[in-house]
Structure formats: structure tokens, C-alpha cells
Design a protein around this ligand. Structure first.
Ligand code: SF4
Length: 276
């Protein structure tokens, strides 16, 4: 989301730093992520097309998701260690294990991430069943209807933790809040008028850089490269393992993600750490 917003209309003053403020190290980090994701995905797509079995195809692509997630985690940790706003910036993050207010909303993922998550739940009958029973409940719901439906992510554990924590999508990794109470309010009363929500921006920009690289690899290979809703995308793969083979031939097999309606798309304000 950060990348798209930065290319949109003129940003309000508090976001100006997002457009012009990257230093050399930050620009290089973004480029490394973008190119790393692109190269790995291009190689994996080529290899996957040579495999005969759906499992091998799935696992080849799933490795791209795992690798991109690991690289994103490292880049985010580096940011928190070396932030221009000081290493203490990490202490401002309100996110904790068991806090799951952001796990009751739609999660926008790339097709490659959906394949990675499908690989992670494939051998767990409970998680597979949870995905398959949750998907119909979410079908056709826009982001606000999803919140009102009060349906948690199929992969949310009873302890409030993510059942696939090491394989969770980049949007889940990159969404880091300053204020858990504010996240709770957004979930329990999404229509209330309130101050704009503030989230850490840099992890999301890093995640967007990886997404750009993955999308370019799909474009170059002639593959459908839309984003999908997490549960819907994973359920599509679990329901028909051959769907990955069809995707690898260039067929459009996934239902594209329905984004936020424009009228609400500015309600979540992103900010650079230290920039109000
Ligand atoms: S994948 Fe994990 S972190 Fe992401 S919404 Fe689901 S339970 Fe939460």
C-alpha cells in the first residue's frame, strides 16, 4: 500500500518525508529487496514449470515466499537497530503475541505468498479444514463487511498467536502499530469518527519493494500477478492442487483482491518514524 500511495496524489505535509526522504542506505535496502525477490521468483517459476507433480511446483514457489519473508525480517531488524530516530524506536511498537486485532481483517497477499501459505498448512488437517470452512464465510466481503462479519483469520490460534508464524504473509509481518487500543477500536467500531491511525511505515515500504519484485517476475513470465485475499487464495489452492500448474501456464485462476473503497482509503495514515 505504501508504494501505491506514494505514487498517488500529493501527500499531506506529514507524509512528505515518504516521497523524498530516503537516504542512500534506505534506497539500497529497497532495491536489494526488490531485485532479490525478482531474481528468486524468476528462477523458481522457470524451475516449477519443469516439475511434473503439483507438490513439487507448489514447494518450488513456496520457497520464494519463505525466502522473501526471511529477507524482509532481516531488513526490518536492521532498520530498528540503525534507525535515524534511534535504536529505541522498536520500543514504540505495541504489537505483542496474543494481540490479534489485526487478524480479523482481510489480508491482501501476492499469489506467490498464497502458495507459500498453502504449502505451510497443507499437512495440517486442522488448519486445512479451518481455511476451507472460513473461505465461504468471507466470500465477496469487502474489507469493511469483513470487519463487521467478525470472522477471525482461519490461521489464528486459540492462544491469539499465528499458527503459521514463520510463514505468515508480508502484510502480517509488516503491519506494526503504535497503539493496540486504537487497533481494537478500529475492529469493534470501524465506522466511528476518530483520529487517523498511525502505523510504522518503513516495514511496509520494505514489504512493498519485495511485492514489486515478485510482480515483475510474474509479468515477465506471463503469469497472472494480481493480489488475492489470503483465505480465498489459499482455499483455491487447497481445493484444487492442479491450480498452480494452471497458473504456471499463464491461466488467470485466482480471484483478484477487492481493495478498500476510495472514500475510506485515506483513513489509515502512514508516517515515517519521528515524522508527525
Ligand atoms: S496469517 Fe497469521 S498473522 Fe496473518 S492474519 Fe492470519 S493469524 Fe494473523
Amino acid at each position: 500500500m505504501g508504494e501505491a500511495k506514494r505514487r498517488g496524489k500529493a501527500a499531506p505535509p506529514h507524509q512528505a518525508d515518504l516521497i523524498t526522504g530516503f537516504n542512500d542506505a534506505e534506497r539500497q535496502a529497497l532495491e536489494r529487496l526488490r531485485m532479490g525477490a525478482y531474481r528468486h521468483a524468476s528462477t523458481a517459476i522457470t524451475r516449477a514449470r519443469t516439475h511434473a507433480s503439483p507438490e513439487q511446483q507448489r514447494d518450488e514457489i513456496a520457497l520464494v515466499h519463505r525466502d522473501a519473508a526471511r529477507v524482509l525480517d532481516t531488513a526490518t531488524e536492521t532498520f530498528f537497530r540503525t534507525s535515524r530516530d534511534g535504536p529505541g524506536i522498536e520500543k514504540k511498537i505495541a504489537c505483542r503475541k496474543g494481540c490479534s486485532f489485526c487478524c480479523w481483517v482481510n489480508v491482501e497477499v501476492t499469489i506467490i505468498e498464497a502458495i507459500g501459505v498453502a504449502a505451510a498448512v497443507q499437512n495440517d488437517a486442522t488448519l486445512r479444514a479451518a481455511v476451507m470452512t472460513t473461505a465461504p464465510k468471507l466470500a465477496g466481503l469487502d474489507p469493511y463487511a469483513r470487519i463487521r462479519a467478525r470472522v477471525p483469520c482461519a490461521l489464528l490460534g486459540a492462544d491469539g498467536g499465528c499458527s503459521i508464524y514463520n510463514d505468515r504473509p508480508r502484510n502480517c509481518r509488516a503491519y506494526t502499530s503504535y497503539d493496540a487500543k486504537r487497533c481494537e477500536d478500529e475492529l469493534t467500531d470501524p465506522n466511528a469518527k476518530r483520529e487517523k491511525m498511525l502505523v510504522f511505515t518503513w516495514p511496509r515500504i520494505l514489504a512493498s519493494a519485495a511485492t514489486v519484485g515478485l510482480h515483475k517476475a510474474c509479468d515477465d513470465a506471463g503469469l497472472q500477478r494480481c493480489t488475492v485475499e489470503l483465505t480465498d487464495g489459499v482455499a483455491t489452492i487447497l481445493a484444487e492442487p492442479n491450480v498452480i500448474a494452471r497458473w504456471l501456464t499463464g491461466e488467470a485462476v485466482f480471484k483478484p483482491y477487492v481493495p478498500l473503497p476510495p472514500a475510506r482509503s485515506t483513513d489509515v495514515a502512514e508516517r515515517r518514524e519521528g515524522v508527525e
